[in-house]
Design a protein around this ligand. Structure first.
Ligand SMILES: [Zn+2]
Length: 343
């Protein structure tokens, strides 16, 4: 069984080998704890300046990252590794146990809780632990997401526009190691308090991604998350071996798409029943029909037709059948050259 840690300052992050912990965060409404799983691996083949931290379960209803990171907790062999890897398969442990996006304990979205607050509610205290105890241990941060019940995405890695050219190029390079069909540059302004925001602001190499949707487990998404993280460890020399292709041989290189302006995140103009007619990852023309919003209060009324405001790639479509006014209905991204971020 993992060792229960009540005081984070007691974790010895340099203990050789592999150690499993549960970090106890006291509950706010009753006696007891949320026990957040953390595995720390210090490879026995020497040091490495590029520590890596991988998170799954930042949102509780996104399973590919939880599974991929948990499997790595078992599969990685410290005897064959160099440097430090920290694995956190269920960061918002209470949300994961509830199968919900936000924590049922405080209603907080863990991916909006950064930089956290050591005296805040449980999600803020966990975020504060990540920032103050985990981030100092690594310079590469991977946060594996999926669309939950809100968004349908093509399987993709993702990152923000980054001002610093060297940091931007290294992030872009790491995003390619997951060998997904797409890598998505998304708007920093669409939300605040993200785990990757905080890591980027500290100058770290932070990559996220959407590896499935619908609160299900996507086999392709798990494979990209699991093998992609192993590729990251190989790339930085923590794990031996060559980078592997994850898609079948002959698959086209990862396509880079960008929607870095907020007006690309188009809200539903009214409540309705959503009938998408394109799929995530589809190429669309300006004015092409993306879907119809139906109003069943008058079944004789024509559907509201939602069309693409520009040509590009469908980077996100509302997944659930009943979007409400204001929820993001779709994102059409532009395809860009890798040279824009790698050089
Ligand atoms: Zn998520």
């Amino acid at each position: 069984m993992p060792t229960v840690i009540y005081d984070a300052s007691r974790i010895d992050f340099s203990l050789p080998g592999k150690t499993h912990y549960q970090i106890a965060f006291h509950l706010d409404g009753s006696w007891g704890y949320s026990l957040v799983p953390v595995t720390v691996i210090n490879g026995r083949r020497g040091a490495n300046p590029n520590g890596v931290i991988c998170f799954g379960g930042t949102h509780g209803n996104e399973y590919e990252g939880q599974i991929a990171v948990k499997r790595l907790c078992s599969d990685l062999d410290s005897g064959r590794m160099a440097g430090r890897v920290i694995l956190v398969p269920q960061l918002s442990e209470s949300a994961c146990r509830a199968g919900s996006r936000t924590s049922p304990l405080d209603g907080v979205n863990m991916n909006r809780a950064f930089p956290g607050n050591a005296r805040g509610t449980i999600s803020y205290r966990i975020a504060s632990f990540v920032k103050n105890y985990l981030f100092p241990q690594a310079r590469v941060v991977i946060d594996v997401h999926a669309g939950g019940v809100e968004g349908a995405f093509p399987v993709c890695t993702s990152f923000h526009p980054i001002a610093d050219a060297a940091q931007r190029a290294e992030i872009a390079k790491v995003s390619q190691l997951f060998d997904t069909e797409f890598a998505f540059i998304y708007a920093s302004t669409m939300a605040s308090g993200l785990l990757t925001d905080e890591a980027e602001a500290e100058g770290k190499i932070a990559v996220g991604g959407e590896f499935g949707a619908g609160a299900s487990t996507d086999a392709t998404g798990v494979r990209h998350a699991y093998e992609g993280i192993r590729n990251v460890l190989r790339h930085y020399g923590l794990l031996e071996g060559e980078i592997v292709r994850i898609r079948e041989n002959g698959a086209a290189p990862t396509r880079l798409i960008r929607a870095d302006q907020l007006d690309s995140y188009v809200p539903a103009p009214r409540d309705g029943v959503w009938e998408p007619v394109v799929r995530p990852g589809d190429e669309v023309k300006q004015g092409q029909l993306l879907g119809r919003l139906h109003d069943f209060s008058d079944h004789s009324s024509p559907a509201l037709e939602i069309v693409a405001p520009r040509c590009g790639i469908v980077a996100m479509l509302h997944l659930a059948a009943r979007p409400v006014k204001g929820q993001t209905l779709f994102v059409v991204a532009e395809q860009v050259e890798w040279s824009e971020v790698l050089d």
